[in-house]
Write a protein that binds this ligand. Structure first.
Ligand code: F6R
Length: 243
């Protein structure tokens, strides 16, 4: 695992957008795994700026979701499908057919999980997976004590994560779904390059446990220590718990 400390979130976004640009120059149809939430937005903004400036050709890029809420109606603005379309797919000028994600509104959620896990493999696997981290150390929505070998499946969000995410639902925790579909930790570890961005002091403890603690299911992000090509990019505030 490599750890890169940058001055701020914007610099982290620039750095990771540069890694994506380099990947696309080598492999124009690379499959890019995207996290949602606030943290990765500077990455998507920096990448969009590069594409708009003609510095990167992303026209053949493919994009896939990391996770999805269960039960939000199709087209809900905070479904992760809507967020990824709005923040990544449309700004990069990609078509909907270059984008894949689990179906959180399916009547057969278990089937949707299995189908998505299989589809990722059939697509050739994720080339670069962008990750954020929860204050409790989750990646995707693999909450503490998720199996490190887990596959894409349905999970129940912790109260802490629902509190953290209420800001996307007018601050009303009752609107935050209780269940999600998430790529499992075993699924995530199959991506060829994992890049985790963490910014702000609120992530310092989770980052310290991820980087310097033991590999343990209680800190799902610590599984990155098992990966042969994992990069953790942190701003100075998120790095403040590192020894
Ligand atoms: C969402 C996801 C989550 C978030 C995490 C941090 O797709 O993968 O693991 O990355 O909850 O969210 P923010 O960035 O909003 O603090």
């Amino acid at each position: 695992m490599e750890v890169v400390i940058v001055p701020d979130a914007k610099a982290g976004g620039e750095l990771i957008a540069g890694a994506v640009a380099e990947l696309l120059s080598r492999k124009p149809d690379a499959l890019l795994g995207v996290a949602t939430g606030s943290t990765p937005l500077p990455i998507y903004e920096a990448l969009t700026a590069k594409v708009t400036a003609g510095a990167v050709d992303a026209s053949r890029a493919r994009v896939c979701q990391l996770d999805e809420y269960v039960g939000l109606p199709a087209g809900h603005p905070e479904s992760y499908r809507s967020v990824v379309l709005r923040e990544v797919v449309e700004p990069l000028g990609l078509g909907v057919d270059s984008f894949m994600g689990p179906d959180g509104s399916s009547d057969d959620v278990l089937g949707a999980c299995e189908a998505y896990d299989r589809a990722l493999g059939e697509a050739g696997g994720v080339d670069l997976q962008i990750l954020g981290i929860g204050t409790d150390g989750h990646i995707g929505f693999n909450e503490p004590c998720s199996s490190l070998a887990s596959r894409t499946r349905i999970k129940t969000l912790t109260d802490q994560t629902r509190v953290d995410n209420a800001r996307f639902f007018d601050g009303d925790i009752s609107q935050v779904p209780r269940h999600v579909i998430t790529q499992g930790i075993g699924t995530i570890l199959e991506a060829r390059h994992l890049v985790l961005l963490a910014t702000g002091e609120g992530k310092a403890e989770a980052v310290a446990q991820t980087v310097e603690g033991p590999v343990a299911a209680v800190v799902p992000a610590s599984a990155l220590q098992l990966h042969r090509h994992a990069t953790v990019v942190v701003d100075e505030a998120a790095a403040s718990g590192l020894k």
